[in-house]
Design a protein. Structure first.
Length: 335
């Protein structure tokens, strides 16, 4: 059974995406250095259990366990020759859980970054990047994905290659970037810059937005800025639970114990139409987001830095000087 993301979004208005796959797999025994994608064939029952937990929590969208599924990422585990097998298997596991949900659940084939720099800063050419992404996308489509979900990218050069590769399948595409460096991606792209890219794209993705990063506050603010720059876009906000730390040999996420209610409310006020969570999040977090989406009524509050910080804590980017102060500095009246 297939589910049309655009149609479901038009019908519901707002959709809930899932949470952190890797977080749950680590709880089940995945260790640092292992390939999560290999579990699609070695432990499909465990992967399915993670998906089922998110469905039970109310997720409308499930991302497959294929984030590192390009040949360049699988090569880190000497699995580059198994791109088709591992990606198709990951989607099939997701598809089985979605089809058993008893309601429409979108199966999104997750596509993460290649791990390589693109020209002119690195060796990877656009054509080579397209080929890497197209190979993964073909396997995700063969496995039964409804949509291809390109996530956690930092450079528009890689984004362009990923979208071009995904488009070879004919499936709809969603794109998100990680704004984790002073309000920009690691490669300097601002949220409004992603909106500019979207407008210039030959075929725009179904939705776009922010994911992962340094915590809920930064993701909400990035979503608000994307919405302000491109109000016609279906915005995605899928933030993580803060920057993890090793505590007693395990990863600890500082916001993982927080209630996600304020995060979900602010994301909705910011204009987000797909809201989920990322690293550090579990089904309980998605259930909180589901509850907010189901009962939400807009308050009309402007979502700016002050509003975000008052409810979600400090935003990591440097504070901007006021326009008045900048004007005085230009006039030479402020030291």
């Amino acid at each position: 059974m297939t589910t049309d993301l655009a149609g479901l979004l038009a019908e519901r208005g707002v959709l809930v995406a899932d949470g952190g796959m890797g977080t749950s797999l680590f709880e089940m025994g995945l260790t640092s250095g292992d390939s999560p994608e290999l579990w699609n064939v070695e432990h499909p029952d465990r992967v399915a259990a993670v998906h089922a937990g998110f469905v039970a929590a109310g997720a409308d969208i499930l991302l497959s366990n294929t984030f590192g599924g390009t040949a360049s990422r699988l090569e880190l585990h000497d699995l580059q020759h198994r791109v088709a097998e591992l990606n198709a298997a990951g989607v099939r596991v997701t598809r089985e859980v979605a089809d058993a949900a008893g309601r429409p659940v979108v199966v999104a084939g997750s596509i993460g970054p290649t791990g390589a720099l693109f020209e002119p800063l690195g060796p990877l050419t656009h054509d080579d990047g397209v080929a890497l992404f197209a190979a993964q996308a073909a396997a995700l489509a063969e496995g039964g994905a409804d949509v291809l979900w390109i996530e956690t990218l930092s450079a528009t050069e890689e984004l362009a290659a990923a979208v071009a590769g995904a488009r070879t399948t004919g499936l709809p595409v969603v794109t998100t970037m990680s704004f984790d460096t002073n309000g920009r991606t690691m490669m300097g792209v601002a949220p409004a810059g992603l909106a500019d890219w979207w407008r210039a794209a030959d075929t725009a993705p179904v939705a776009m937005g922010s994911n992962c990063g340094v915590g809920p506050a930064d993701n909400v603010l990035a979503g608000a800025e994307i919405h302000a720059a491109a109000p016609e876009v279906a915005v995605v906000v899928k933030g993580n639970c803060g920057v993890p730390e090793f505590v007693d040999g395990k990863l600890w996420y500082p916001a993982a114990t927080d209630d996600m209610t304020a995060y979900a409310e602010l994301a909705l006020e910011a204009g987000a139409r797909i809201i989920g969570a990322c690293c550090g999040s579990l089904p309980a977090h998605i259930a909180q987001i589901r509850s907010v989406v189901d009962r939400y009524e807009s308050t009309g509050v402007a979502v700016d830095r002050g509003a975000v910080e008052s409810r979600l804590g400090t935003v990591s980017r440097p504070a901007e000087r006021s326009r008045e102060r900048r004007g005085r500095r230009r006039a030479g009246t402020v030291a």
